[in-house]
Design a protein around this ligand. Structure first.
Ligand code: ADP
Length: 319
C-alpha cells in the first residue's frame, strides 16, 4: 500500500484533529502518502482531496473541530454516489481509507469495504453511543464541557435557590448525562435507558428544599424528552418553577481533553497499522484501556450496555 486517505464525517467531535494528525504522521512515518479528504463523503464524491504533509497537521492536536471539515451526504447512501466515490479514489490512486465518525459514517465505510476499498473506522462522536468501544473520541471532552457548565449553573442556582433542568446531547445514549451528572453532583439524572417517575424527581426537589438544599440540578439526556415539557410537569405537580438550560452545540466544541487526545492518537496510529496489514471493514475501539479492533458489521450490531450500577449510584449520592 502506497497511498491512503483520511476523512471526518457526520457530527464533529473534539479530538478529531488529534486523530487526523495521528493518521497523517503514522502514515508518513511508514512511508505512505496520505491524502486529506475534505467534507466527509461529500468531499470524496466531489474530489476535494489534497496531499497532507507533516506540517499540514502541525499545531492542531489541541484544537476542537476538524481541519478537514465534516458533512452529511445523502448521495453517498446511494449506489451511484458510492460508485462515484470509488472512481475518485481510483483516479487519485488511494488504496485505503480511514473514516473518523459515528455509526452512520461507519455504515458508509462498511459499504465501501464491501465494494473492495480497504476501510478502517475510528469512532469520533461525543455521544459515546457505539457499543463495541468503551469510549469514543470526543466524549470525555463533552463530559468535561457539561461539567463546567453544571459548576457555573450551580452558582446561580444556589444564589437564587432554584431548581434547574440541564438538557444535554447524546441522541439515544444517556452517557453524557450520566457521567457529567454524577461528576457534577446532580440530584436527578434522566436518561433514555432507564425509566423514571416524575413524582420521584419532584419528591427530591421538595425533600431537598425541606432539608435546606439551595439548589436542585436535574440532568436530562436529549433522548429522554423535552426540558420545557418537564419544566411544565414539575410546575403542575409541585408549583416549583425550574429554570431550563439547553446546552446545545457548546458540547461539540472546545479543546480536547488529554484523554481524548491520547485516545485519538492511539486509534489513529493503529488504524494506519491495520490498513498496512491489509485489514478492511474494521472498526478501531478501546476496551479496558487496550486498543482493539473488530469487523464494523459486528461492532455496529452490538447493543450498547448502559452502566446501571453507575446510574444507581447517582440515586445513593444525591440523597
Ligand atoms: P454519524 O457518522 O455522526 O453517525 P450520520 O449518521 O449523519 O453521522 O452519517 C454521516 C454520513 O455517513 C451520512 O451523511 C452518509 O453520507 C453516510 N452514511 C450514513 N449511513 C449510511 C448508510 N447506511 N450507507 C452509506 N452511507 C451512510
Amino acid at each position: 500500500m502506497k497511498k491512503i486517505g483520511v476523512l471526518t464525517s457526520g457530527g464533529d467531535a473534539p479530538g478529531m484533529n488529534a486523530a487526523i494528525r495521528a493518521v497523517v504522521r503514522a502514515g508518513i512515518y511508514n512511508q505512505l502518502e496520505v491524502m486529506g479528504i475534505s467534507r466527509g463523503y461529500a468531499g470524496l464524491i466531489n474530489g476535494e482531496i489534497e496531499k497532507m504533509e507533516l506540517s499540514s497537521v502541525g499545531d492542531i492536536i489541541h484544537k476542537g473541530g476538524t481541519i478537514l471539515k465534516t458533512a452529511r451526504c445523502d448521495q453517498f447512501k446511494t449506489e451511484a454516489g458510492r460508485k462515484q466515490a470509488i472512481n475518485v479514489l481510483n483516479v487519485y490512486g488511494i488504496e485505503g481509507l480511514i473514516v473518523i465518525g459515528g455509526d452512520g459514517s461507519f455504515q458508509g465505510a462498511e459499504k465501501l469495504s464491501q465494494d473492495g476499498i480497504n476501510t478502517i473506522g475510528i469512532p469520533g462522536t461525543i455521544d459515546n453511543d457505539l457499543a463495541y468501544t468503551d469510549y469514543t473520541v470526543g466524549f470525555d471532552t463533552a463530559v468535561n464541557t457539561v461539567l463546567d457548565a453544571i459548576t457555573k449553573i450551580r452558582d446561580t442556582s444556589t444564589s437564587h435557590e432554584k431548581a434547574t433542568i440541564i438538557e444535554v446531547m447524546g441522541r439515544n445514549c444517556g452517557d453524557i448525562a450520566l457521567y457529567a451528572g454524577l461528576a457534577g453532583g446532580a440530584e436527578s439524572i434522566l436518561v433514555p435507558e432507564e425509566s423514571f417517575d416524575i413524582d420521584d424527581v419532584c419528591k427530591k426537589i421538595v425533600q431537598g428544599k425541606s432539608r435546606g438544599k439551595l439548589h436542585n440540578i436535574i440532568m436530562l439526556a436529549e433522548g429522554t424528552g423535552n426540558a420545557f415539557e418537564l419544566q411544565k410537569e414539575i410546575f403542575t405537580r409541585i408549583g416549583v418553577e425550574a429554570r431550563v438550560t439547553v446546552l446545545g452545540f457548546i458540547q461539540r466544541g472546545g479543546n480536547p481533553t488529554a484523554f481524548d487526545r491520547l485516545l485519538a492518537s492511539r486509534m489513529g496510529a493503529k488504524a494506519v497499522e491495520y490498513l498496512i496489514g491489509g485489514k478492511s471493514g474494521v472498526a478501531i475501539g478501546m476496551k479496558d484501556n487496550k486498543i482493539i479492533h473488530m469487523p464494523i458489521q459486528e461492532a455496529l450490531s452490538e447493543e450498547k450496555e448502559f452502566d446501571g450500577e453507575m446510574y444507581k449510584l447517582t440515586g445513593v449520592l444525591s440523597l
